[in-house]
Design a protein around this ligand. Structure first.
Ligand code: NAG
Length: 302
């Protein structure tokens, strides 16, 4: 008789004191899930909520004197989805698509070879649009010329800055960028290639992006002003999908404006799966989502 109440009493007591904690944990957990999902939803619909990635959205491209533009990438054959996506886009818009995989310099991590690929492609083109292999065109109705004009603000492709890129949480991103055929571009690419002290093996970072950050930070102010343009909005041509994770929530709290400017939303030109583990899953998800509206438009027209 006597052992029973002794064992029951403390457990009852324990439960009573544990309950508020348990409740707090459950409520916090549920609130976080709601908040994260809401954030995800809001960012995915950033464009409908008034975000503008381009100051000249929907402007018309001049028919005469179109610049010769090539989209250049490495190893896209590995990802059939990416290959098809880029081929379809370049064919529709009249650009060239170059897979420069044959050019890889095996003395460095493959990512460095983008410098060689861009430099070589600039020989026959006015502009080269570099794309890392984990990028997709998500709005194939946008011309690259419109992106260039939106940034240059001038109606002349030859007087726009030579190097156009975007910034994310870390600084300038070397995954997606434009180079114009010019002596300055050639010299800059050579200098970038020459930053051998940044070459890193056996890490997720290969060092080419760090070398670029260093070079840009070191440029004299006047030279940077004339030759380099960093898009005010990352989502103009280099959007990152946002989904709740420890890292993304931390970044959101630390720099909400950067998240807002760069989060992938419907209607954005290009998605870049930078730092995402399961790229295949994300690619098929994004391709499915971008196809649906197009089909709808077609059926509406018919
Ligand atoms: C890059 O390095 C090569 C070989 O050392 C050198 O000939 C060239 O002038 C360098 N180019 C630039 C732009 O620094």
């Amino acid at each position: 008789m006597s052992p029973r109440p002794i064992t029951r009493c403390p457990s009852k007591h324990q439960l009573k004191t544990q309950r508020p904690w348990l409740l707090l944990i459950v409520v916090t957990f549920l609130l976080s899930i709601i908040t994260f999902n809401l954030t995800s939803f809001v960012l995915q619909h950033a464009n409908s909520l008034g975000r503008s990635c381009s100051p000249l959205a929907g402007s018309v491209v001049p028919i005469e004197n179109r610049p010769r533009i090539a989209i250049v990438s490495l190893s896209n054959r590995v990802q059939e989805t990416v290959w098809q996506n880029k081929k379809a886009y370049t064919k529709k818009m009249g650009y060239r698509f170059i897979d420069a995989s044959w050019m890889i310099d095996s003395s460095r991590p493959p990512s460095w070879s983008k410098i060689l690929a861009v430099k070589s492609s600039l020989r026959d083109h006015d502009w080269v649009f570099w794309n890392d292999a984990d990028t997709l065109v998500t709005n194939p109705d946008i011309y690259l010329e419109n992106i260039l004009l939106a940034l240059g603000g001038r109606n002349d492709f030859n007087s726009t800055p030579d190097f156009i890129l975007t910034e994310d949480y870390n600084g300038v991103n070397a995954g997606v960028f434009f180079f114009r055929k010019s002596e300055w571009s050639e010299r800059f690419l050579d200098t970038w290639w020459n930053q051998t002290s940044f070459v890193k093996f056996g890490s997720t970072k290969s060092g080419d992006n760090d070398a670029l950050m260093y070079l840009i930070s070191k440029l004299p102010k006047e030279e940077k002003q004339v030759h380099v343009q960093i898009s005010p909005m990352q989502c103009l041509f280099n959007s990152y999908p946002w989904f709740p994770s420890r890292k993304s929530v931390y970044r959101l709290l630390l720099s909400p404006w950067t998240t807002w400017q760069g989060a992938y939303s419907e209607g954005d030109f290009m998605v870049h799966l930078a730092g995402i583990g399961n790229k295949k899953k994300w690619m098929s998800k994004i391709i499915q989502n971008t196809r649906t509206p197009r089909r709808k438009t077609f059926s509406n027209l018919n």
